[in-house]
Design a protein around this ligand. Structure first.
Ligand SMILES: C[S@@+](CC[C@H](N)C(=O)[O-])C[C@H]1O[C@@H](n2cnc3c(N)ncnc32)[C@H](O)[C@@H]1O
Length: 265
């Protein structure tokens, strides 16, 4: 799993929206949680979120990601190695928890529920969390339709295309899970001629090549639909709602899940 993130880290500069949160999505975290006056826990080391909070503690299991993409510790922010399922925090001690794409970095409903339970454990009474999700549509896209959309200029970035393919392929799985290798296989089957995609979209070949980081990966992602994410989150939080993260390509499938009133065991 950490080898996977090391491969992703190597081409991080070529990634973009919606995988990386654009400025309007970063603003949504602040708007929804009022983080400026809070001591915040960040799941992962998403550099775009490193400036949020009065203080910020980032937790990530990948040493390569911490050394490769974290913008560095300061007096007010720090990254530590750790597992999200065992956060290095006492019960009821965090002002706020945030994360970007975290639920999709997990391979099953059980893993998503374990993380939601851990967030509920560490939040102070009255505190809230916000996680930007990658949520599949209720009705899965047809893959040929995704190809047609991309070639006709209807997909904003290569990374949006990657997520559309992933969501379409994950639809058949009960946990909405998909090995990242299968995302690459589906892409290669759909676009055997990458130059054709370059010509039709203007995307750069090295950006398209970022998908090759999935070649030897054993990692499994998941892309549960919004209704499923709400149902899972409601098991650990009495107050669950979705907030928009903007108007960028695929933003409608990338809401912020805002979690309040954590349930205690
Ligand atoms: C925050 S997620 C998603 C990042 C980006 N938005 C994307 O979509 O690719 C990526 C990070 O999660 C970390 N990660 C995944 N599972 C983890 C776990 N169980 N505990 C700690 N870190 C984890 C990985 O090491 C990686 O740095």
């Amino acid at each position: 799993m950490t080898d996977h993130w090391d491969a992703i880290r190597r081409h991080w500069q070529l990634l973009g929206s919606p995988l990386c949160p654009p400025a309007e999505a970063v603003a949504a975290y602040e708007r929804e949680l009022g983080l400026r006056s809070l001591d915040v826990v960040l799941l992962g080391v998403t550099p775009e979120l490193a400036g949020l909070g009065r203080t910020l503690l980032a937790v990530d299991e990948s040493a390569a990601m911490i050394s490769g993409i974290w913008p560095g510790d300061t007096a007010s922010r720090k990254a530590v190695a750790g597992n999200w399922f065992e956060l290095p925090l006492a019960n009821g001690s965090a002002d706020a928890v945030i994360g970007d794409g975290c639920l999709s970095a997990l391979d099953s409903s059980a893993a998503r529920l374990t993380l939601l339970a851990e967030i509920a454990r560490v939040l102070k009474p009255g505190a809230r969390a916000a996680l930007r999700a990658y949520a599949s549509p209720d009705v899965a896209d047809d893959l040929q339709g995704v190809r047609t959309l991309a070639l006709s200029g209807g997909v904003a970035t290569f990374h949006e295309l990657k997520w559309r393919i992933a969501m379409s392929r994950a639809a058949g799985d009960p946990d909405h899970a998909i090995p990242v290798r299968a995302i690459l296989d589906a892409f290669d089957a759909l676009f055997p001629d990458r130059e054709e995609l370059v010509s039709a979209t203007g995307w750069e070949l090295p950006v398209i090549g970022t998908i090759d980081a999935y070649t030897n990966s054993q990692t499994v992602y998941s892309f549960a639909p919004i209704a499923r994410l709400i149902e899972e989150a409601s098991r650990w939080f009495d107050d669950v709602r979705m907030a928009s993260t903007g108007t960028y390509g695929l933003a409608e499938r990338c809401p912020l899940i805002v979690l309040g009133s954590p349930k205690r065991l």
